[in-house]
Design a protein around this ligand. Structure first.
Ligand SMILES: *[C@@H]1O[C@H](CO)[C@@H](O)[C@H](O)[C@H]1NC(C)=O
Ligand SMILES: *[C@@H]1O[C@H](CO)[C@@H](O)[C@H](O)[C@H]1NC(C)=O
Ligand SMILES: *[C@@H]1O[C@H](CO)[C@@H](O)[C@H](O)[C@H]1NC(C)=O
Ligand SMILES: *[C@@H]1O[C@H](CO)[C@@H](O)[C@H](O)[C@H]1NC(C)=O
Length: 222
């Protein structure tokens, strides 16, 4: 189904962010300096571009472009766990499994994708359904700071106190307000949980519904 898109995806001119970052690192130690340099360059050339974080989605236009430049975060994959602050700093090239693995030893958990392969940046910028939505909100609600490169190549931080409008705009604003080069997210101590998927045939539906109602109404459920 996606073969056309996949071929375009691979054909698009690819700019791996890590390469730019290392080429400018002598003058500028910021991790998003490479992205800022690239965006400034795109502006100068009037180049159309798209951005790829973890790269989970493969529908047309989601993280690639025809006849333009793809800014790929493949090499921006650092994760720093801040145990004292109960936060984790995540670069946009990660997928959620990388975050969960980095946190696993600390017993903490971040509110992110329900599938391992979902990219951090796309999900956190769009909203982010998770098993813990009722308790901790969406993935986007758990971001406390964004490092952002704006459309003119300027690097800024956005949090509750600084660039407050941008902070809120990025909570659901997807890729419309800048390129996020670092997410700082709250972490939570959660118990180990186990999930099971059960499949029933159609003729078992009435019996299943009755059983669920009986279970929910029973005093065993707290
Ligand atoms: C990064 O380097 C550019 C070019 O030298 C400079 O204009 C910019 O202020 C630097 N940014 C930071 C955060 O040091
Ligand atoms: C976390 O650690 C547990 C026990 O060490 C392991 O079974 C589990 O697979 C780990 N989870 C992840 C996401 O790495
Ligand atoms: C880039 O845009 C921001 C936000 O509008 C503005 O504050 C900043 O001065 C601009 N920088 C340049 C170099 O134009
Ligand atoms: C955000 O800033 C406002 C205004 O300073 C403050 O009232 C509020 O408590 C802050 N919220 C958080 C989550 O820090």
């Amino acid at each position: 189904m996606y073969s056309f898109e996949a071929s375009k995806f691979l054909a698009a001119e690819l700019l791996i962010v890590g390469a730019i970052t290392s080429s400018v690192s002598a003058q500028n130690s910021s991790t998003c300096a490479g992205v800022a340099t690239a965006v400034a360059l795109f502006n100068q050339c009037g180049a159309e571009f798209s951005v790829r974080g973890g790269g989970h989605m493969n529908f047309p236009g989601s993280n690639n472009i025809d006849d333009g430049i793809l800014l790929a975060f493949d090499q921006m994959t650092s994760i720093t766990v801040n145990t004292e602050a109960s936060t984790v700093d995540v670069s946009p090239g990660n997928r959620w499994v990388d975050v969960y693995q980095a946190l696993n030893a600390t017993g903490a958990y971040a509110i992110g994708g329900r599938l391992k392969t979902i990219g951090v940046a796309g999900l956190a910028l769009i909203g982010g359904h998770h098993y813990w939505n009722n308790k901790y909100g969406f993935a986007m609600d758990n971001v406390v700071n964004y490092e952002v490169v704006l459309g003119n190549g300027t690097q800024v931080s956005a949090n509750n106190a600084t660039n407050h409008d941008l902070f809120w705009a990025l909570k659901g604003g997807a890729n419309n307000f800048g390129i996020v080069t670092k997410f700082t997210m709250k972490t939570h101590q959660v118990p180990l949980i186990s999930t099971t998927a059960l499949t029933y045939s159609e003729e078992q539906v009435p019996g299943f519904i009755t059983a669920v109602v009986d279970f929910v109404e029973s005093s065993e459920v707290t």
